[in-house]
Design a protein around this ligand. Structure first.
Ligand code: GCU
Ligand code: CA
Length: 464
């Protein structure tokens, strides 16, 4: 019964993203290939790393002298949008001066893209004169430039595309009947923890508006068909575990809440439950010396399935998000544990963001990871025990190890992991291994160049 509206809303979201993409492309930028005169490449024109357009790319000398220069024609003076396509197979950013007609106007950095065959486009805005203009990238460090494929150039028309609208449900929670929470039921507002618990545990479809920061204890056993939504930017719960357990479908949405780590327990626990959307929450703890001071922030176990985790901030937590709790639980978990993580900001989350066992395909899309580097064992993503994880369009900054897969992790055997269009700065590699099952739902990945801005602007409570 409630499937139809969900499909409509997914369609609208996808439609909105397509509109952004097509309006950016409307005036059709002109493409200047780095290998074609009058472009200049102080280095070599190479073709050994697949994925470039045209006949090759500019591999500038690895020195500050190794520049790439384009000569472009502007129909009028004004603000031009530049799309610089590049690949950087190292994990160190390659900064450059952007020089327009001889004057340095910006200092863009060309982050690691994960591989020399992974090409991404960085969008920049500059002022240009009518007629001919030179646009040059001068590397500012001795590593030289990233490999440069082409420059897309367009005057007027478009500014860099705005971030995608942070709304709507996408991903695994839309599948197999969808997730609508308390839609169709009554709406109640609670402002005490006791009332919150009563309403959350009562049966029947209900939207529960949580007003204020409610501190509690123990576990709240959320019953099926609930939307739990914070009022404003600073409502939520602390001291309690939100448990979604033994319900298929659970059909639960937790949205716009401030949620605190719980000493010794999980903050959100999803066990043997399906169809859950965790969206726009700010989940935070404190960094304690003991990694086990808190347990998980958002753990999905015992064949939990059809879960989407979107636009959350998860901050200052060790054991962030487990997908599959044990190497010994294959018979229950294989074929389940399907989770989409998109547009979340993982900041100071020192492990398990997520750590996946058996689930396939877990889709880690357009998230921003910052400062996942508490010690030598810190990591962002691990795909283990033959899990299949697709890591796509994420930004990793100061992350000790972006991904583990082929090496296994701790006692867990290797899993499979495909990485695509990620950006790594000052971060250990995203280790890949094998192939993963295709994603069954439609989606438009955001260009990795705008993900950090979108996520920092749109994630967390108070942004709905
Ligand atoms: C490798 C890679 C080149 C790249 C170079 C670099 O040699 O094959 O394409 O330009 O590294 O570090 O700049
Ligand atoms: Ca080079």
């Amino acid at each position: 019964m409630r499937v139809r509206p969900m499909i409509v809303s997914v369609g609208l979201l996808a439609g909105a993203l397509v509109v952004v993409a097509s309006s950016a492309a409307q005036a059709a930028p002109t493409r200047y290939e780095a290998e074609s005169s009058p472009a200049v490449c102080t280095g070599t024109i190479d073709s050994n790393h697949a994925g470039f357009s045209g006949g090759g790319f500019c591999n500038g000398n690895n020195a500050t002298s190794g520049f790439a220069q384009f000569t472009v024609n502007a129909p009028t003076s004004g603000t031009a949008t530049l799309g610089v396509r590049f690949a950087n197979g190292t994990t160190t950013a390659r900064p450059a001066s952007l020089v327009v007609n001889g004057s340095t106007v910006q200092a863009p950095s060309f982050e690691g893209t994960g591989a020399w065959t992974t090409w991404v486009t960085k969008t920049l805005s500059v002022s240009v004169n009518a007629g001919s203009n030179t646009i040059r990238l001068n590397p500012t460090t001795s590593g030289g430039l990233a490999n440069i494929d082409y420059l897309d150039f367009e005057v007027g028309g478009t500014e860099p595309p705005p971030p995608p609208p942070p709304g709507g449900i996408l991903g695994w929670a839309t599948q197999a009947g969808g997730t609508t929470g308390g839609a169709g039921g009554t709406t109640v507002t609670v402002s005490s923890f006791a009332d919150f618990r009563t309403q959350a545990q009562n049966s029947g479809a209900r939207t529960i508006l949580v007003n204020g920061m409610l501190s509690g204890s123990g576990t709240v056993e959320i019953s099926a068909n609930k939307t739990i939504r914070g009022v404003g930017a600073s409502s939520g719960v602390s001291g309690t575990t939100l448990n979604v357990e033994d319900m298929s479908p659970a059909n639960v949405i937790i949205q716009n809440m401030n949620i605190r780590g719980v000493p010794g327990n999980d903050a959100i626990q999803i066990e043997s439950a399906t169809h859950i959307w965790i969206d726009h929450n700010t989940m935070s703890s404190t960094i304690e010396n003991d990694p086990d001071f808190y347990d998980g922030m958002l753990d999905i176990t015992h064949a939990g399935d059809y879960v989407t985790v979107s636009w959350n901030i998860i901050r200052n937590h060790w054991k962030t998000s487990l997908v599959g709790h044990s190497d010994d639980n294959e018979s229950e978990d294989r074929g389940h544990l399907r989770v989409t993580y998109h547009h979340n900001w993982f900041d100071h989350t020192f492990e398990r963001s997520p750590r996946v066992r058996f689930g396939e395909t877990v889709h880690v899309l357009n998230n921003y990871y910052s400062n996942v580097n508490n010690n030598a064992d810190s990591y962002a993503i691990a795909s283990l025990m033959d899990a299949g994880t697709l890591v796509e369009g994420n930004v990793f900054e100061n992350v000790q190890q972006a991904c583990w897969s082929a090496s296994g992790y701790a006692d867990s055997d290797p899993g499979r992991l495909v990485a695509r269009n990620n950006s790594l700065t000052n971060s250990g590699p995203c280790e890949v291994n094998g192939t993963v099952a295709p994603i069954p739902y439609s989606y438009t990945a955001e260009n990795v160049g705008t993900v950090k801005a979108s996520v920092t602007a749109g994630a967390g409570a108070g942004k709905l």
